[in-house]
Design a protein around this ligand. Structure first.
Ligand code: PHE
Length: 493
């Protein structure tokens, strides 16, 4: 530590270092090193340091160029032939455009050249005073007021603030830093020198290194919060641990006709291997086929020939409603064998759609789904549950708009008033499952199911102020966001 020795050593015989910059230059030290040592010694009160600020004149980028190559007026003058003249166009070709422009006006002002279509010299010899002045400044010399002003007006020089310190001995001054012990060791105790050792004081405000730990993705945080809301409302979680689903559970069981555009490979990812499902509950398949073809339970059905091969096709599930249909089927079976038990179910998991990726769409996203299965449920119950659920998410103002799903009737889109955007935004989809879906499962006529679904990404983006979905999910996500995102505070009601 050359700088430290120099500073402490100097103060042994002198009262003050009046200028850390001068001190560094005199000793061939780097001023930055000197400043760092001063800050540290000041912290331990070996020295008292006072800020000093100085304004120094430095060359601008333009000034530096002229200091090297000469002022534009001299460059221009030298480009004009000694005898005769040169045309404007020719002269312009010889010089940098900025040099030409400034050079013309300054050289004319100095009466060095005769301007016109042809340019000629008016004097034989000129001196580059501007360049000389710039070199003097580079050298650290002081200039007269007029010269300073004219260079400043031409933006060839500028003031720069320089920061340094003046330094005196501090209350803990010593010509050398005392070595303080950080730990009491066995050797200290055995040798007895613990009596004389100076221990380093504890710094209770020092920050320790942050402990390494895992980090939850914002989607996981919001997911956990929403799960808790469902749990508070006494909903049970459905097992969603299957991305691959058969068309049967994803579409047919939901009374979605086989020609429906969503069942096209443009919208749905079908599996190549295994391309088809191994087994389906045959009795139930028969009931589903019948309701699609000819209806029943007061419905006319779709009146087309239902194909088993279509239902067998494996796909990546396009909605978690596929899980809901499996769960409701199981519940209806249970009811047939024993007795009907009302249920409240929810799920939050990933779904896949063959979509063009843009700032609000990805080919995979997460769905939140809730359903209530009970006797005598009405649209009023659905609206009530939605109001309860969304108000726990912080969305109190809801509006509903009639909509269409193959498996619900009536169906409603859900809108919430966004206080930030000052407008109504669509937040989900809902409805009452059709008898064409529930009756073939085996539910009796008086059992209804109200259900709703929404994406997990939408509320997460709103809560975390993210407006491109690719910043939230996928390979472009900044890991910093995952490590530093704040707590998710919704649903504390
Ligand atoms: N499955 C619907 C969707 O993918 C959401 C929904 C669930 C609608 C339940 C109505 C009832 O958008």
């Amino acid at each position: 530590m050359m700088a430290e020795e120099a500073i402490l050593g100097y103060l042994e015989n002198h009262d003050e270092i009046s200028d850390s910059g001068q001190f560094a230059t005199d000793r061939g030290l780097d001023h930055n090193d000197v400043v760092n040592v001063i800050k540290s010694l000041h912290g331990f009160r070996y020295i008292d340091a006072q800020d000093i600020k100085k304004e120094t004149l430095v060359l601008t980028e333009e000034g530096k160029k002229y200091a090297e190559k000469g002022s534009p007026e001299v460059q221009l003058f030298l480009a004009v032939p000694q005898e005769g003249s040169i045309s404007k166009e020719e002269l312009q070709k010889l010089l940098d455009p900025a040099v030409y422009k400034i050079g013309c006006s300054q050289a004319a002002k100095n009466k060095w050249v005769q301007m016109g279509n042809q340019i000629s010299r008016k004097v034989q010899h000129v001196e580059d005073r501007v360049k000389d002045l710039l070199l003097q400044i580079q050298d650290g010399q002081e200039l007269g007021k007029d010269d300073n002003n004219s260079l400043k007006a031409r933006k060839l020089t500028a003031l720069q603030t320089w920061k340094g310190y003046s330094v005196k001995r501090g209350p803990e001054y010593a010509p050398r830093r005392r070595r303080t012990a950080t730990d009491l060791t066995r050797e200290h105790l055995q040798g007895g020198d613990w009596r004389n050792i100076e221990f380093k004081e504890y710094n209770f405000s020092a920050k320790g290194p942050p402990p390494e730990s895992g980090h939850l993705h914002p989607l996981n945080k919001v997911k956990e919060r929403i799960k808790n809301i469902f749990r508070l409302m006494n909903f049970e979680e459905m097992p969603t641990n299957r991305y691959v689903e058969s068309s049967f559970w994803n579409f047919d069981a939901l009374f979605q006709p086989q020609q429906h555009p969503a069942r096209d490979s443009h919208d749905t990812f079908f599996l190549k291997a295994p391309a088809t499902t191994k087994q389906l509950p045959e009795d139930y398949v028969e009931m589903v086929k019948r309701v699609h073809e000819s209806g029943g339970y007061g419905s006319r059905g779709y009146g087309y020939e239902w194909k088993r091969e279509e239902a067998n096709k494996n796909l990546l599930r396009t909605h978690t409603t596929a899980i809901s249909s499996r769960m409701l089927y199981a519940l209806a079976q249970h009811a047939k064998q024993q007795s009907f038990t009302p249920k409240k179910y929810f799920s939050i998991d990933r779904v896949f759609r063959n979509e063009a990726v843009d700032r609000t769409h990805l080919a995979e996203f997460h769905q939140i789904e809730g359903l209530v299965c009970d006797r005598g449920l009405t649209l009023g119950h659905l609206i009530g549950v939605l109001q309860d659920f969304f108000s726990r998410l912080g969305m109190d103002k809801l509006k509903f708009k009639p909509a269409y799903n193959p498996y619900t009737e009536p169906s409603m889109e859900i809108f919430s008033y966004h206080e930030g955007l000052k407008k109504w935004v669509e937040i989900g989809n809902s409805g009452m499952f059709r008898p064409e879906m529930l009756r073939p499962m085996g539910f009796s006529e008086d059992v209804n199911v109200i259900a709703w679904g929404l994406s997990l990404e939408r509320p997460t983006m709103i809560l975390y102020g993210i407006n491109n979905i690719r910043d939230l999910f996928g390979h472009k996500v900044d890991l910093g966001l995952i490590k530093k995102n704040p707590l998710c505070l919704i649903g504390i009601k």
